[in-house]
Write a protein that binds this ligand. Sequence first.
Ligand code: ADP
Ligand code: ZN
Length: 751
Amino acid sequence: MSDENGSKIIENSAQVSVLLPLVFHEAFDYRVPAGMDIRTGDYVRVPFGRRSLWGVVWGKGSFTLEEKKIKAIECLAAHLPPMNETMRNFIDFVSWYTLAARGPVLKMALSCPDALEPPVQELRYQLSEQSTIRLTPARTRINAYLSGAVPRSSKEITAHAKVSAAVVREYIKSGGLKEVTGCLLPVAGSGKGTDPWPLATGHLSAAQETAAAELRKKLAAGFSVSVLDGVTGSGKTEVYFDTIAHCIAAGKQALVLLPEIALSVQWLSRFESRFGFAPDVWHSSVSAAKKRTCWRNTAEGSARVIVGARSALFLPFRNLGAIVVDEEHDASYKQEEGVIYQARDMAVARASREKIPAVLVSATPSLETEYNIEHKRYTRLHLPNRYNDAEMPKVQLVDMRSVAIERGNWISGSLRQALLTTLAAKRQAMLFMNRRGYAPLMLCRACGHRFQCPQCTASLVVHRAHAKLLCHHCGHIVPTPKQCPDCKHEDCLIPYGPGVERVAEEVRALLPDARIEVMTSDHIDSPAKAEVLVNDMINGKIDVLVGTQMIAKGHHFAGLALIGVIDADMGLAGGDLRASERTYQLLHQLSGRAGREKTKGEVWLQTYMPEHPVMQALSMGKRDEFMLLEARLREDAGMPPYGKLAAVIVEGKNEQEVMAFARELVRDEARGAMGTGKSDVTSFLAPISLPLILGPAPAPMFLLRGKYRYRILIKTERQFPLQQFLSRWLLERKIPASLRVKIDVEPYSFM
Ligand code: ADP
Ligand code: ZN
């Protein structure tokens, strides 16, 4: 027997296996109490140790334990449909792909255990028909309040009839009020609006309509991946709104992933004005109560559109019809903690299991996505021009090698001039400096001492506004010192290099009358603060916005004419495989904020490497040429997406132990490979089918949060069964309790 969820009633089963949101891969056996009907996928609460936890029925019991050792299921979330088979398969897949145990993956899907508790039904009362009850002034007020025949809770009655709780209690006891059963409180969720929303596409431009029509066709055609590739301001959002409208008109749910949902005030209000209701929002700073409602509505199928950060991908959709991944190239889709996964790729995996379309949206699709287009797995839908013929901004390079600039200043003469002209014309400007704080380093001028984090391989960053030095990796804080700890000199400590606060200080000196604001995660720690700042920008209350990558995200400011990038080369430093690609994408997205309407936009990039392919591509608008070059370099090096990578990080408090264990891992693998006679050590140099194992080497962040780190990099051909190899090598091995081994399949961070 199988229902629409693919959930079988487990007939006559005295035991079932229940997967729990803990560190374990395996499910545990539990006894089914008499009279409880259990299906695969049911949410059940079970005792575990001294706790009681919600888990999911994963299948039949294994019957390997003695009957009396098996504990019984405590309760079943009968108010919710079971987790469907597609979702359970998806959890299995994510676990297999990332090599994370199944429990932690399930934990992401059960991120709101409160939602599983049966809803507390507040009792509600109506007037009874008895007429013999003595009336008091207080009771008369209650009668008046309840005369509309709508049942109310005692809380509502006390508030509206202005009586005490005791009066209500007595009135109930005397029989004047009767309890009304079966009346749930109205669910306070959003996404349930009944207003119609426009399905008409008359407002779309010809290019937009062509793309939208393609996507509409995909809605009823099973799994597909489309890449909505359009220049910034071409109306990509407008096009996928059309897809969503048709998806929900067909009675299905839609999921939109956004990289910085907490900053997306403009996106939300645009959605609301288009659809007439607010979507359900899912990200880490949403309140517990809202999460509970959102999770339940998603599971029940009543939430129509969910917009969220990567974790929204693990919501238990009842009836998902499409997944949109906006800014698909954004690095924040890679989760680096806990279960290490790439949400864009897992979104495609989920869409494939749900047999629905995925839409990846970007002005600068990632090389991974380009590869999949080239190999005909994904289809490109192109929007080549800005909506309404708005022009693309003009991008100019400032060669910082030939610029005379005063010590302690960071803004070149050309950019200063552009700022003055822009503000004189009553237009807005943005300055980009991708480093929080005032300066990246505090230095002693007398002896050269640098202030380092004691727990990380990192300098402490100077935050002048709060008079502190802060580690951006572990949060370690010290008050700004007055004296050098080494040479004991006073007045010799200088902040070295620029941070966003220092750039703002320079702008204030240059433009004393301008209204200047700073936008970084230190200043904007809640969606509400982001909203204030974004609205001030829209309403022209800010002249110059100085910020980190937060200012590059999705904003549409009609009056924004100038963008200055203080250090365009910053992202190119370091050995990151994707450094060029990412720098290009970030600066391109940032540039795309300028001149989105009638105002013409200009962008100034300050660089010490004007001949670098990234700078050349940005200034000449040659995206495709740049990506081709990048693709060739990666292909020659056998790097992703042309080859596969995995990183293994061994961490622990004892440096010797970490090193020894990392070496042992690699030695054992080499021995394992030789043992099978498949290779000798020399073949690691010229891999044909065996992976190349690099390291172990101390990680660039050798010390992080007080733990030493060694990295091993595994590089293979694309066809190589990487998961099988890693699990055979690493998962069956006993790891000392003092160490942690992190496996990162397709690493994005090389720190
Ligand atoms: P993108 O997502 O490609 O950056 P947007 O969808 O944000 O582009 O569109 C850029 C601007 O143009 C927005 O202000 C949007 O409201 C407007 N726009 C785009 N397409 C249309 C359309 N068909 N009708 C009305 N306004 C549009
Ligand atoms: Zn630190």
